[in-house]
Design a protein around this ligand. Structure first.
Ligand code: NAY
Length: 294
């Protein structure tokens, strides 16, 4: 499980100027994050705009990332999709491509009983010979993973971890307490990386890591060496930056993509209904990049 420890940026959707998935730009982002020495990637999740992409587009991104980084970084494929059928297709494909693990949100849109959520995740796990990481993100899915369902899922040996994006760090503590030493808890809220790690998270997956990998790697170094004052101070810097990333009109991801452009990594913009950054707000991106660089 060592390979699942560390900083895992949630990979961004890489589009060309027409808004189509770009192989070339996916490669550029892979290269950029590899050079930053992150430990792995979470591909095709919320930050990958999976919810706005076709199955074919999602498969393309999974393929391009694995073409570039298979064997070099730990790769987790997010395969959650509205139907079990599509999720299974993605799971099988990720296994073929050599991904290290699968992950999925619970079913979305209809409010389903826990029995259906259990079945959904179990069906995905049965589709491929890969470890599975549960994704708990109540703020976007409307479902908050219960300890009961969590315990039931733990009976399946394929379940090796949970990516917990709920805001109470207590959830991280409880999942770690139930999961035990050989179970990986990923911190979800980037704003609480340090607290998540201290209360029991082993690793982190985050939507803003890709914009400032150096800062999360440093936070991790301070946490793992017990340098808590410095860890707290980096977390504060990170949070000032996240607030700035969320302060403009346009989605946080479009702001991040503009920051990446200034860093020399052009991965295009976002897909609607996510809105791009325009006009006045574009002039503020330089200031955000400077916050990250200093
Ligand atoms: C993914 O699946 O791509 C993610 O890991 C995204 C997780 C993010 N949570 C939400 C609700 O979007 O990383 C967080 C988030 O971007 C960060 O905490 C900033 O708010």
């Amino acid at each position: 499980l060592e390979k699942f420890k560390g900083i895992f940026p949630a990979f961004y959707a890489c589009y060309d100027e027409l808004g189509e998935i770009s192989e070339e730009r996916t490669k550029d982002l892979c290269q950029h994050l590899f050079e930053k020495k992150v430990h792995g990637l979470y591909v095709g999740g919320s930050s990958g705009e999976c919810i706005y992409q076709t199955l074919e587009e999602r498969k393309a991104t999974l393929k391009y990332v694995s073409d570039n980084l298979k064997g070099k970084l730990t790769l987790i494929a997010h395969v959650g999709a509205p139907s079990t059928r599509d999720s299974i297709t993605l799971a099988k494909y990720a296994a073929e491509l050599g991904y290290d693990a699968l992950s999925a949100i619970p079913p979305i849109y209809f409010k389903l009983p826990e029995s259906s959520i259990y079945k959904y995740w179990t069906d995905i796990m049965e589709a491929a010979e890969l470890p599975f990481i549960i994704y708990n993100i109540p703020q976007t899915t409307g479902y908050s993973l219960s300890i009961n369902l969590f315990k039931k899922l733990l009976e399946n040996p394929k379940v090796i971890g949970v990516k917990n994006s709920s805001m109470p760090v207590l959830d991280i503590e409880r999942f770690k307490a139930e999961g035990g030493e050989n179970f990986i808890v990923f911190n979800g809220p980037d704003e609480q990386y340090v607290s998540g790690r201290l209360i029991g998270a082993d690793s982190g997956i985050g939507g803003t890591y890709g914009a400032m990998p150096e800062l999360f790697l440093l936070a991790e170094e301070y946490v793992s060496t017990g340098n808590f004052n410095k860890a707290r101070s980096i977390q504060r810097d990170i949070n000032d930056i996240i607030i700035a990333l969320c302060s403009l009109n346009g989605s946080m991801y479009s702001v991040i993509k503009e920051v990446l452009k200034l860093k020399g990594v052009n991965i295009g913009s976002v897909r609607e209904p996510l809105e791009p950054v325009t006009g006045e707000d574009l002039t503020k991106i330089k200031g955000i990049k400077e916050m990250i660089d200093n």
